[in-house]
Design a protein around this ligand. Structure first.
Ligand SMILES: [Zn+2]
Length: 166
């Protein structure tokens, strides 16, 4: 095997990526050729080792701390008070809707005002109807002339729609 071919395969040789046959050939060449053996040593010095040996005690400490941190996080989560019904509702509102909260509140206020106004009108109408029902329907309408107006100057309004044409 020539030096050139060996040097092209040195990295693969060190990473253990050669077939057993190729590996034996490179190994035999390195035993015979000092120049290639020197290059192989230098290459090994600058090649980062993929598997770094970590102190088992250090590793154990790291895992213990990680477990403790995860445990603590879970315990913190468990001790949180459960969200109130209002908070849940508010969260649902924020997640399920795309309308801004301000616009939603404004719309709700307008709706409330409209409903209140309608209810008030309905109540007034009911009261008027009640008053009409209580009045004696058979009695003629009493014409009450205010005392400030002299009797001879008072004339009941007589409006005939058919004469009111322009
Ligand atoms: Zn060589």
């Amino acid at each position: 095997m020539h030096c050139r071919a060996v040097r092209m395969q040195l990295v693969a040789f060190q990473d253990g990526e050669l077939s057993p046959g190729q590996r034996t050939q490179v190994r035999e060449h390195l035993d015979r050729c000092a120049a290639c053996a020197k290059l192989e040593r230098r290459l090994e010095e600058v090649t980062p080792r993929p598997f770094v040996e970590v102190d088992p005690e250090l590793q154990e400490t790291m895992w213990r701390r990680l477990d403790a941190a995860i445990d603590a996080a879970f315990r913190r989560q468990r001790t949180l008070p459960p969200p109130s019904r209002l908070q849940l509702w508010w969260r649902w509102l924020a997640e399920e809707t795309t309308v801004p909260t301000g616009a939603m509140l404004a719309y709700a206020s307008l709706l409330l005002i409209a409903i209140t106004w309608g209810a008030h009108n309905w109540w007034t109408a009911q009261q008027l109807q009640l008053a009409l029902n209580q009045r004696d329907a058979s009695a003629p309408m009493q014409l009450v002339v205010p005392a400030e107006i002299p009797a001879d100057q008072f004339r009941p309004a007589a409006w005939a729609p058919e004469e009111d044409q322009p």
